[in-house]
Design a protein around this ligand. Structure first.
Ligand code: DLZ
Length: 160
């Protein structure tokens, strides 16, 4: 049995139907990110977030995810923003630069706004690894990111 991954969270939130959740999706490698966004939305709705409270926006690439998330924050003021992207290693080091920039920008958003901006970005070596992490609902970074967003909202509400 593998020891990787996290436990299945028990997410308890009063009135989840009042939550507003943003999703920012990168269009690069869109076959992968489309699957992630679709599982992300389905998981949010399974957790009782109404479809009309899910604000889904597209950005060109993963590098644009933090600014897309900031626009959502400034306009909708959601309870959480989920950033979905897929950066695949190529012949150059572009993936390293994009991943470093996006990771620290998303972390900064978390701490600046004191709310979850979820890092739902696949940082993979090849297409096969990307498909394995986005194919279907069993292992899907989009679904996992939806659960992380609600877990972090629940944590804040518990501590208030
Ligand atoms: C340019 C680029 C490359 C080469 N690869 C990816 C990738 O694998 N995944 C991704 O999300 N975006 C990629 N991009 C686009 C950049 O994220 C960004 O959109 C452009 O550099 C313009 O700022």
């Amino acid at each position: 049995m593998s020891i990787k991954g996290k436990t299945n969270a028990q997410i308890h939130i009063d009135e989840p139907e009042k939550l507003k959740i943003g999703i920012v999706q990168s269009q690069w490698n869109h076959r992968i990110t489309d699957e992630m966004a679709s599982e992300c939305k389905a998981a949010l709705m399974d957790l009782s977030v109404p479809e009309e409270h899910i604000f889904h926006e597209l950005v060109p690439g993963s590098f644009e995810l933090p600014l897309g998330a900031l626009h959502l924050e400034n306009t909708i003021q959601p309870d959480a923003v989920i950033c979905l992207g897929c950066v695949i290693k190529g012949e150059t080091d572009h993936d390293v630069f994009i991943n470093q920039g996006v990771t620290s920008a998303i972390m900064n958003l978390n701490l600046r706004y004191g709310k979850p901006f979820v890092f739902g970005v696949l940082t993979v070596n090849n297409e096969e690894q990307a498909i394995a992490r986005s194919d279907g609902s069993k292992e899907n970074k989009g679904k996992e990111s939806a659960e992380v967003a609600l877990e972090m909202i629940a944590l804040e509400k518990r501590l208030k």
